[in-house]
Every structure is written in C-alpha cells, then in structure tokens.
Design a protein around this ligand. Structure first.
Ligand code: NAD
Length: 359
C-alpha cells in the first residue's frame, strides 16, 4: 500500500510524495524538496491549527525558514510557512520524512483536542489519548535521530490535579503542584505523559527540550463553531448571534473560574522560553482569573447589547483554574500582562465579522 501526502514548495507548486509501507522510501513526484535558505530553520507541527498558524507568522517575522506540517491547511487565510506539508504525524514514516536533519527548532503543537464539549464528555477519550501520544512518541524519537537543536512541546494546564482546583476562588496551579497527579480528563493525562516523555529524552539522549503549560489561549483565527471551539470563542459567537433582549446559554452555574491568554502573549512566551536556558515545565497563562458568567457579561458589554445569561447543565471541567506566573517571571524575567478586555475585544470583533460574512 502506498500513502500519499502533499508538499507545497516555496515557489507555490504542489509536490505529491508517496510513502511506501515496504520501508521508509519516499518517492518525490515533481519538484524536489528545496533546501532551507536561511541559517535559522523551524518545523512547526500542527501548523494548520490555531496557535501553530500564528506561530508560523511570528517565526517568519523573525527571519526563520519555516516548514509547517498538519492534517490540514489553516482554516483562516494562507499559511505563512515557506513549506507546508499535509501529513499525518501518527505515521512514523511521515514524521521521518517531514523532520529534516539538524533543524534549529521544532515546535510540537499537533494534538487531537477541542473545547470542553470535546474533552470532557468522555466520547473522544480513546482518540485523544491514542492520537496525541502516538504523535509525541514519533516526534520525540525523530527529533533525536535528526539532531534537532531545540524542541518545544505544548502541554496544558489540564494536567494539574483536580483536587487542587475545587475552590473556584483559590485554585492551586503552580508548577510543583502537579504531583501526586490527578488530572480530570484523559487529555490532561496524555499531556502529563508526554511532558515526561520529552524530559526523559532530555535525560537519556540530551534532547534540548522546552515545555510550557498553556492556560486557555484565545484570539482571532481560532475555531469559533463546529464543536471544537473553546469558551472564549463559543461565548463570543453566542453573543454575536443573539439579538438585543435575548439570552445566551452558559454551561454550568457560571461560577467556575478560569484565566485566558491572548494569542500574541502566548507567542511571546513561547519564543522567550525557547531563547532562554530554562526548560520548564512552566505555566504560560494569564493571572487575571474570572468566573465564566462574568466573562460572558464582559463580552455582552463589548457587544453593546442587552443580553441575559441562562445557566444550563453541560461539561465544565474543574471548578477553578488560574495561571501562577511566579516561576516564569523568576526564570525568564517576563510574564503575560495584557488585560483580558483588550484581547477579547479584538476576538469578539473578529468573530462578529466571521458571522456576518458567513451568512
Ligand atoms: P488546534 O486544534 O487548533 O491545533 C492542533 C492541530 O494539530 C490541528 O490543526 C490538527 O489538524 C493538528 N493535528 C491533529 N492530529 C494530527 C495528526 N495526526 N497529524 C498532523 N496534524 C495533526 O489546537 P491549538 O489551540 O492550536 O493548540 C495547539 C497545542 O496547544 C495543542 O497541543 C494543544 O493541546 C495545546 N494547548 C492549547 C490550548 C488552547 O487553549 N488553545 C491550551 C492548552 C494546550
């Protein structure tokens, strides 16, 4: 059996590559893969996703030659990557093909994930664990084989123990509170496993890793409908869809708390961590904690509409979660500081526009 994936060369041409299951041989049909042109090269895995597609733009603005890999192209707009390969990272042969020798940096963002409606219902547990763990097992091994300079792994605050997040006003999410482990979702367990996987490759093979635990990243060009959208985008969409005088539904009693980090600050944190000597794991999130009902009210006020909130039963995750930024501040001398209002205004405006153009 032959598998096929597409390779977009920097001049825009599509090259079809076929991988045979007889071995690792790859047939290149059409153009040959062009060699990277600058000294700084990055491979972004998950480059068709929300954070990955923004990260590609950021790396390009810093002068990197960037290869993106994903099952799909970005949902909104063209990729900024020099090179974009459609490929399934669960397949070790594809991973072997897309990771070239001596990349300066690899950013591993590919995962089977979504918002509370995807992660906390239990319906996707097997896929989430199997797909994401397989990707990480493949990527970490190939990174060693190809002597990657540094590898970034995107973990999640979902790996923190549920028992430290029962009080919505006082959740404990400092890095050392991770053990004894007790994440409330299989998604969180897989993140914990993969963090350990990357660090074990550092200890045994010298792989230079960086691990950040993201806390609810949001912003423009993120999934805003279809079931995989997260709370900020879902609330913005509901408010944008609702007429003056109407109501929106919010899952749970609305007293559960979270903090949300705007995408630009997430990218800043990733890049600063990569440039530092600190490996992590470290929180990358905002410390501006807010209840979900207050968050919905903030978005309603931005919309200028008079909308009520109806709390209904639904998946909601832990009762409280907030980033603790003491460690990131100490180790890299920086922590996110944008007010939530600034990022959510930009995001609401963008989702409102998406809704208008899709009608
Ligand atoms: P996303 O779903 O938009 O991006 C993930 C990308 O991985 C998708 O484009 C998907 O197609 C790709 N992918 C999945 N399976 C693949 C496969 N088998 N082969 C190739 N590509 C595959 O998610 P995101 O919000 O951009 O998150 C990026 C990373 O950050 C993920 O690892 C996620 O778990 C982590 N994270 C995100 C958040 C957040 O709030 N967005 C919070 C914590 C952690």
């Amino acid at each position: 059996m032959k598998r096929e994936f597409k390779y977009k060369s920097p001049d825009g041409g599509i090259t079809v590559m076929r991988t045979s299951n007889q071995g690792l041989k790859t047939e290149v049909v059409g153009n040959q893969t062009l060699a990277p042109r600058t000294n700084k090269t990055a491979i972004v895995l998950g480059a068709g996703g929300f954070i990955g597609s923004h990260l590609v733009k950021r790396l390009k603005s810093e002068g990197y030659w960037v290869r993106g890999v994903d099952l799909k192209y970005p949902d909104f707009g063209q990729t900024a990557a020099d090179d974009f390969i459609i490929g399934d990272l669960r397949d070790q042969r594809i991973v072997s093909d897309v990771i070239f020798e001596n990349p300066t940096e690899i950013y591993q963002l590919a995962a089977d994930m979504g918002g509370a409606g995807y992660i906390f219902t239990g319906e996707n547990d097997a896929n989430v664990m199997h797909n994401s763990a397989t990707i990480n097992l493949n990527v970490v091994l190939e990174s060693v084989k190809k002597s990657a300079g540094k590898v970034f792994y995107s973990s999640s605050a979902c790996m923190y123990p549920e028992h430290n997040q029962l009080d919505p006003d006082n959740p404990k999410c400092y890095e050392d509170s991770a053990y004894p482990a007790n994440p409330d979702s299989e998604y969180g367990w897989e993140k914990l496993f993969s963090e350990r996987l990357y660090f074990s490759f550092f200890r045994n093979y010298g792989l230079n890793v960086r691990v950040a635990r993201f806390h609810n990243i949001f912003g423009m060009e993120g999934t805003w409908r279809g079931g995989k959208e997260k709370a900020p985008a879902a609330l913005c969409r509901k408010v944008a869809e609702t007429s003056d005088g109407g109501y929106i539904e919010v899952w749970g009693d609305g007293k559960q708390t979270r903090s949300f980090l705007y995408i630009d600050e997430c990218l800043e944190g990733i890049r600063r961590l990569m440039d530092s000597n600190f490996m992590g794991p470290v929180n990358l999130g905002s410390e501006e904690m807010i209840s979900i009902n207050d968050f919905a009210k903030l978005i309603i006020s931005i919309s200028g509409k008079n909308i009520n909130i109806r709390n209904i039963p639904g998946p909601q995750g832990v009762r409280g979660r907030n980033s603790d930024n003491s460690l990131i501040q100490k180790e890299i001398g920086w922590a996110p500081n944008w007010p939530l209002q600034k990022g959510i205004e930009l995001t609401y405006k963008w989702i409102h526009h998406q809704l208008e153009v899709s009608q």
